[in-house]
Ligand binder design. Sequence first.
Ligand code: GLN
Length: 546
Amino acid sequence: MTKYIFITGGVVSSLGKGMASAAIGALLQARGYKVRMRKMDPYLNIDPGTMSPFQHGEVFVTDDGAETDLDLGHYERFIGNPCHKTDSISGGRIYYNVLMKERRGEYLGATVQAIPHVTDEIKHFIESDLTDEDFVMYEIGGTVGDIEGTLFLEAIRQYANQVGKENCLFLHLTLLPYIPAAGELKTKPTQHSVKQLLETGIQPNILLCRSAVALSESERAKIALFCNIAPQDVIAALDADSIYKIPLQYHEAGLDDRILHYFKMDNANKPDLSRWENIVNVIGNWEHAVSIAVVGKYCGLLEAYKSLNEAIFHAGIAHKTKVNVKWIESDTLEGKTPEQIAETFADVQGILVPGGFGTRGVEGKMLAEQFAREHKLPFFGICLGMQTAVIEAARHLLGIANASSTEFTKDCTPVVALMTEWEQDGKKQIRSEATDVGGTMRLGAYPCRLKAGSLAAKLYGNAAEIRERHRHRYEVNMDIAKRLEEKGLQISGVSPDGLLPEIVELKDHPFYLAVQFHPEFKSRAFDAHPLFKGFIKAALDQTTLL
Ligand code: GLN
């Protein structure tokens, strides 16, 4: 019988519920269990696709084209398996489904109510699209006490009664603030948070308590006493200096043992944690160091570049190299003299220009790209980073002075323009300026044919075709891309119909590669992405040239 684990958070937001969930998933997986991870976000957006990166951080994209919360990125990075569209839902989507059913007359004249109709829709999500998983984990976004979250808590309470409490575990993540003057951890906020959970009818079975200092036995006993649980089920989650240390840390604290004990699965296999031990070993013993610049638009909130940052780190692990990232807000480059730009990049061995939306900062991205191209500094462009790289090349190699993207201005030679048609699984997708913005981009994994002998093909182990995840509305014009080939910028990856340039690379350059997709979504600490590995290797080679 499948076991369900529901993860809630209390006291404050940003406690790292997503990370904690991912680490628990990894520990259960290390015992040989089949684990599935899901996220329920109570907010009213249908999905996070339309939210500003400054508000919500990165939008993580699944293979099957869902725009999801960045926590799904943690899940994939820790479990290794791709998440599905059906692994993420929002309050908005739940209400939307209920209202659509009401319009279709599916409630047969009933008065549509929060309970049972909304809670039933949530329970339907909990059970949907499952196969033979041993454990399914559901992280509930927000903090206990949030108004939007109430019906989600009610639904999981009902669900545990439905499938049996012995098959459902409620894990609550809280914070124990440390008050230096008193020299102690404070348990009261945790007690209150559990009380609030109890008001909804949910008795947490395990408390995972984030804290900056170790939890004493007396503090543990006190929490257990006030919160109706055994002291062994109060688990300390000490702050870690690397997220990749968390699985081992939780294991040492006994978390996976206690979860299995709850489910009466004490005789489970011992976990194989070698994957995590290897990573921790590399992190503690870097052999090399390299610095790269990331020229972005949302550097003020690094959550906006979550997967990118992790993918860079993973490539560092693969080369036993500590990668220092110099975050540069692209618009700060605008108006700088060539000497000032050279100075900005003097201390880095590579430049990465990531994805983004809108006009702000694109000229700065192009200045960085021109610098990398002309000074033979390793360059890696992603999505918007590829589009601006092609515009920069069209301006300076083809002499099209007003080359731009119709995303930025209508008054230009459109080297990059709105994609109005493309093929997905044999079906034509059609878009126009009038299409709604939510969920209508070219999203998810698409095949890409690689040009034999190219740098891209080499990095992908001479594969003929690869699949990578996309999230874009605009596309490089193929005719211009072909004209640029004569100037040395070859198209090394195209969509199978030959219509969409997916990868371009510069000949006679140590590493100049730009891709229309987002390779960062598929990188893992134990399996770094080949393009990131190639880029970091090229940057590392620069250090020997110094
Ligand atoms: N704004 C560009 C587009 O929509 C690039 C998107 C991205 O970088 N993810 O095509």
